[in-house]
Design a protein around this ligand. Structure first.
Ligand SMILES: [Fe+2]
Ligand SMILES: [Fe+2]
Length: 283
């Protein structure tokens, strides 16, 4: 089975639109049996998602995973968008909602989930208390905004007060539950899919990062703060615990990595806003 796969096309991102259109052209001329998109195609509001998917011409099954950007909505209910509206819209566009509907053919299965984050990838040496990650705002940014200033306290080191950054999921996503409990639901979706499939070989895709080995290198403190929102090692533990899983793919960080972890191959697809990557993987 030849899988054509990409991630992070971000059709809403104006400066990356030409790259996204070029990626669609590349997909349309790439021969393959199955097509998979690993999240962050377009924001949930409006019809950008439908318009983006309509440009993709592929004769085989087309598998869709949401990324965090699909959950950005002004409606105030990202959970309903993710569990009800988005699956319906994706299916009516002719794509398979891989989050709950695993794919299987020719002895190979493909399962997936958006995956989520639990701040486990937050660097402990930043010394930032957990409540800042829950609020998705760094101490320096909280100090500049009256509605978040109450987060500050004696337990925040001076160096952390210089870190000024927000993770915008905090402004555009309302799940109505903690990030940890949403991650639990994603893990449970993956577990259910792995139970359903009977193939002896499985490719698993998650939008968020499942293994530390697929994380980008550390950089400036503002970038280090947002590592908390890159993924969770719980995703990787669950996938690596199933010996049928031979490949694990992710996206989200816009940085490429391709490593072997035990007997499985793990790939961070690594499309950026301005340079997309379309991969072909033979299973
Ligand atoms: Fe992205
Ligand atoms: Fe993302």
């Amino acid at each position: 089975m030849k899988l054509v796969v990409t991630a992070d096309l971000h059709f809403n991102h104006r400066s990356g639109r030409a790259a996204a259109d070029a990626a669609v052209e590349e997909i349309n001329r790439t021969p393959g049996d199955v097509l998979l998109i690993v999240g962050d195609t377009a924001a949930g509001d409006g019809d950008m998602l439908e318009r983006s998917l309509a440009g993709i011409i592929f004769s085989g099954p087309k598998l869709f995973l949401a990324g965090n950007h699909e959950l950005w909505t002004a409606s105030g209910d990202s959970y309903a968008l993710f569990t009800e509206e988005m699956p319906r819209r994706v299916r009516s566009a002719g794509w398979q909602w891989l989050e709950t509907d695993p794919f299987e053919a020719d002895g190979v299965a493909i399962v997936g989930s958006i995956g989520w984050y639990d701040y486990a990838f937050a660097p402990p040496d930043l010394g930032i208390p957990r409540r800042f990650y829950e609020a998705k705002i760094s101490p320096g940014a909280a100090g500049r905004l009256s509605e978040h200033a109450a987060l500050l306290g004696d337990d925040v080191p001076a160096s952390a007060r210089d870190i000024v950054v927000r993770w915008n999921d905090g402004r555009h996503i309302s799940l109505g539950r903690s990030d940890e409990s949403f991650l639990d639901e994603c893990l449970s979706n993956l577990r259910r899919s792995l139970t359903i499939v009977t193939a002896s070989k499985v490719l698993a895709a998650v939008h968020h990062v499942p293994f530390a080995e697929l994380m980008p290198p550390r950089r400036a403190p503002t970038f280090d703060f947002v590592r908390a929102f890159f993924g969770s090692p719980r995703l990787g533990e669950q996938l690596a615990g199933d010996l049928r899983v031979s490949h694990v793919l992710c996206g989200h960080t816009h940085s490429t990595a391709d490593v072997h972890i035990g007997s499985l191959r793990a790939v961070n697809i690594g499309s950026t806003y301005t340079a997309k990557r379309v991969l072909t993987i033979t299973l």
